[in-house]
Design a protein around this ligand. Sequence first.
Ligand code: 5GP
Ligand code: ZN
Length: 118
Amino acid sequence: MDIHQEDNCIFCKIARKEAPSVPVYEDDHVVAFMDIAPVTRGHTLVIPKKHYATLDTMSAEDMARIGSVLPRIAKAVILGCDTKDFNIMQNNGKRAGQVVFHVHYHIIPRYPTEGALF
Ligand code: 5GP
Ligand code: ZN
């Protein structure tokens, strides 16, 4: 693990509570918080506490942990947003639109009043 990378990673800092966020969920291995620039109301990010730059470097254990809580977090988010529809988005690499190189899943609630995003 590259210690320097973790020191400069904004999502590591949020996971360690060294940087502010609006928290949505936390357990021993996973954190969820509101996106700072929401695409729609309720846009939430779900991350492993451990630093992985991209999904292909993530451990099977952390994959399973995120996989087991992601649908439940999404359900809570959409219930709180009073909608049933949502996108899960997950970007890897610059050409795929990844800006923050700490693995994260976007939960993007969708509303009848907005047009198509993609
Ligand atoms: P990506 O394009 O890497 O998949 O998405 C990165 C996401 O992280 C973007 O939606 C962006 O708004 C969000 N983001 C970047 N910096 C921060 C931050 O400091 N705090 C929070 N809460 N979200 C951030
Ligand atoms: Zn990180």
